[in-house]
Write a protein that binds this ligand. Structure first.
Ligand code: ATP
Ligand code: MG
Ligand code: MG
Ligand code: MG
Length: 476
C-alpha cells in the first residue's frame, strides 16, 4: 500500500511525483474538482479529474462522503488556498455515499445539531481538529510523566470503595434486576453477587494510586472515571477521563509546582504539534464571536490565551483570600452572584470563574480549603479548620484540578474518617499504608476533558469527548 497521508503529502511530496491517496469526498465541483479529506488534516487535497475521462454514471457516484482511492501526479495548483493538487490518473470508488440520505451537508452545522449526529460528527473539520488535539494532549500526558520518572499504574475500573464519598457511583452487578436475592431485613444481598459484595464503577483511582506511590515512589493513573452526575452542565460528564499523579515525599508546594509544570507542558506540546488545528479552532471562535458586542468578546484569541498560560506563572492564593476577594468585589456588592459568598462555602463555578476571568485574568491555584467541604484523606493543617487542599481554576472553565497533600498520620486519618462517617473497616487496606512506613505524599486529579476544553476553546464538554455520556444519553 503506497498510500501517502494528505498532511504528509502537503508537507513533503515533490511536484511531478506519482502519489496514491485515500479519503472521503468533502465536495465535488463541475464534474472535475474533488476536495478530498483523509482525516490527517483539515486541509483538503484537490483532485482534478480530466473531463471526458469517466462517464456520467461514474461521476454521479462521487458524492459527499463517498470514499475514494486516487492515484495521480502531484502538480502545482492555480486554485487559491492550496499550493499543489493531484491530476488523477486513476480514481476508484471504495464506498458509495447516498447523497439523498447522508445527514451532513458541506455547509456549517451547529454544535447542537452535530451532537444529535454524534456518530458522524468526526467527519467535520471542527471535530477532527478537536480529536486530533485530544490525541496529542493524551500523548503528552504520558510523555511528561514518563520523562519525570512517574510510572503509569492501572487502577481498577470496578471497585468497592467510594473515594470521594459523594454518592455519585454507578453500581456494577450481575444480580437479576426484577427479583434480586434479599437479606432478612429486605435489603439486597450482595453476597450473592458476582464479586460477593457490592461494587461500583470507579469515581477516582486515587486511593489505589496511593498504594502504588507508597512503594514505587511516583505513579500516575490515566483512565476512565464514572460519576452519576445528575445535572446537565457544560463541564460534567457521567464518564470522563482523569489523570491522577500520586507522589511519595511530595508536600502541597511540590504538588502545586508539579501540576503547573504539567499543565504548561501539555499545552505547549499541543501548540508545537497541532498548530494548524489550533489555528482552525482559533478562527472558529473568532467567527463565533463576530455576532457579539465588542464588550463580550475575549481580549485574547485562543492562541494568545494559550501562549499567555504557558509563559506566566499561575496565581497562588489561599481559600480564605479567595473568599475575601469575592466579598470585596463590586460583583458581590451589586448582588450579581447567584449563590451566597461566605467562608465555608464550596465555591460555585460562578465564583471560580469570577476569580480567574475578572480578577486575576490567569489560572489560579487556590489552597487550604475548609475541611468540611473536602474529602477525608486530605492532610489537616495546624489551624484545625483547613486542609492542605489545592484546586486549580482555569479561565472559561473553573475547576480543572483538585488535589491535596494526603493525611499520612494514622491517628489523624482515622479520627477524620470517624467524623465523616467513612467506614474504616472497609478501607483497612488503605490504612495499612499509614501503618507500615507511612510517608508524606500528595497528588491531584486533572479532568482530561476540561483540559481539552481549555485548549480547544470548546464551550461544552460534550464536544471534546468522542462518545459523551450524560443523563438520558448513551446511544452508542
Ligand atoms: P466539580 O466541582 O466541578 O463537580 P469535583 O470537585 O467534584 O468537580 P474532583 O472530585 O475534585 O471533582 O475531581 C477532580 C477533577 O476531575 C476535577 O477538578 C475536574 O477537572 C474533573 N471532574 C470532576 N467531575 C467531573 C465530571 N463529572 N465530568 C468531567 N470532569 C470532571
Ligand atoms: Mg463534582
Ligand atoms: Mg469541586
Ligand atoms: Mg474538586
Amino acid at each position: 500500500n503506497k498510500r501517502i497521508k494528505i498532511k504528509e503529502l502537503l508537507a513533503t511530496a515533490a511536484q511531478g511525483q506519482q502519489v496514491t491517496v485515500m479519503g472521503w469526498v468533502r465536495t465535488f465541483r463541475n464534474n472535475q474538482f474533488v476536495a478530498l479529506n483523509d482525516g490527517s488534516t483539515n486541509n483538503n487535497l484537490q483532485v482534478v479529474i480530466e473531463l471526458g475521462k469517466y462517464d456520467d454514471a461514474f461521476l454521479k457516484r462521487i458524492t459527499t462522503s463517498a470514499s475514494l482511492k486516487v492515484t495521480g501526479i502531484l502538480v502545482e495548483s492555480l486554485g487559491k488556498g492550496q499550493s499543489v493538487e493531484v491530476k488523477a490518473e486513476e480514481v476508484e470508488i471504495l464506498g458509495d455515499s447516498d447523497a439523498e440520505t447522508y445527514p451532513l451537508q458541506p455547509k456549517k452545522h451547529s454544535l447542537e445539531f452535530l451532537r444529535e449526529k454524534a456518530h458522524l460528527r468526526f467527519r467535520t473539520n471542527t471535530f477532527s481538529s478537536v480529536f486530533r488535539v485530544r490525541h496529542s494532549l493524551a500523548f503528552a500526558v504520558h510523555k511528561f510523566f514518563n520523562d519525570k520518572g512517574f510510572f503509569y499504574l492501572h487502577t481498577p475500573i470496578v471497585t468497592a470503595s467510594d473515594a470521594e464519598g459523594a454518592g455519585e457511583m454507578f453500581r456494577v452487578s450481575t444480580l437479576p434486576f426484577d427479583n434480586p436475592p434479599r437479606k432478612e431485613d429486605g435489603s439486597v444481598d450482595f453476597s450473592e453477587d458476582f464479586f460477593g459484595r457490592a461494587t461500583n464503577l470507579t469515581v477516582s483511582g486515587q486511593l489505589e494510586g496511593e498504594l502504588g506511590a507508597t512503594a514505587l515512589g511516583q505513579i500516575y493513573t490515566f483512565g476512565p472515571t464514572f460519576r452519576a452526575e445528575n445535572s446537565n452542565t457544560a463541564r460534567h460528564l457521567a464518564e470522563f477521563w482523569m489523570i491522577e499523579p500520586e507522589a511519595a515525599f511530595y508536600d502541597l508546594e511540590d504538588n502545586a509546582a508539579l501540576a503547573e509544570e504539567f499543565i504548561q507542558y501539555i499545552i505547549r506540546y499541543a501548540m508545537e504539534n497541532n498548530g494548524d488545528d489550533l489555528e482552525f479552532l482559533r478562527q472558529r471562535l473568532l467567527d463565533e464571536e463576530k455576532g457579539k458586542p465588542q464588550t463580550e468578546r475575549s481580549e485574547l484569541d485562543l492562541i494568545q490565551k494559550l501562549q499567555f498560560v504557558v509563559e506566566n506563572k499561575f496565581e497562588r492564593i489561599t481559600y480564605t483570600e479567595a473568599i475575601d476577594i469575592l466579598l470585596q468585589s463590586n460583583h458581590y456588592k451589586k448582588k450579581k452572584f447567584q449563590y451566597d459568598v461566605k467562608w465555608g462555602i464550596d465555591m460555585q463555578s460562578e465564583h471560580e470563574r469570577y476569580l480567574v476571568e475578572k480578577h486575576f485574568k490567569k489560572p489560579v491555584i487556590v489552597t487550604d480549603y475548609p475541611k468540611e467541604i473536602k474529602a477525608f484523606y486530605m492532610r489537616q493543617n495546624e489551624d484545625g479548620k483547613t486542609v492542605a487542599a489545592m484546586d486549580i481554576l482555569a479561565p472559561g472553565i473553573g475547576e480543572i484540578v483538585g488535589g491535596s497533600q494526603r493525611e499520612e498520620r494514622y491517628d489523624k486519618l482515622v479520627e477524620r474518617m470517624k467524623e465523616m462517617h467513612v467506614p474504616a473497616e472497609e478501607l483497612w487496606w488503605y490504612l495499612d499504608t499509614r501503618r507500615f512506613g507511612t510517608v508524606p505524599h500528595a497528588g491531584f486529579g486533572l479532568g482530561f476533558e476540561r483540559m481539552v476544553q481549555f485548549v480547544t476553546g470548546m464551550g461544552n464538554i460534550r464536544d471534546v469527548i468522542p462518545f459523551p455520556r450524560t443523563p438520558k444519553n448513551a446511544e452508542f
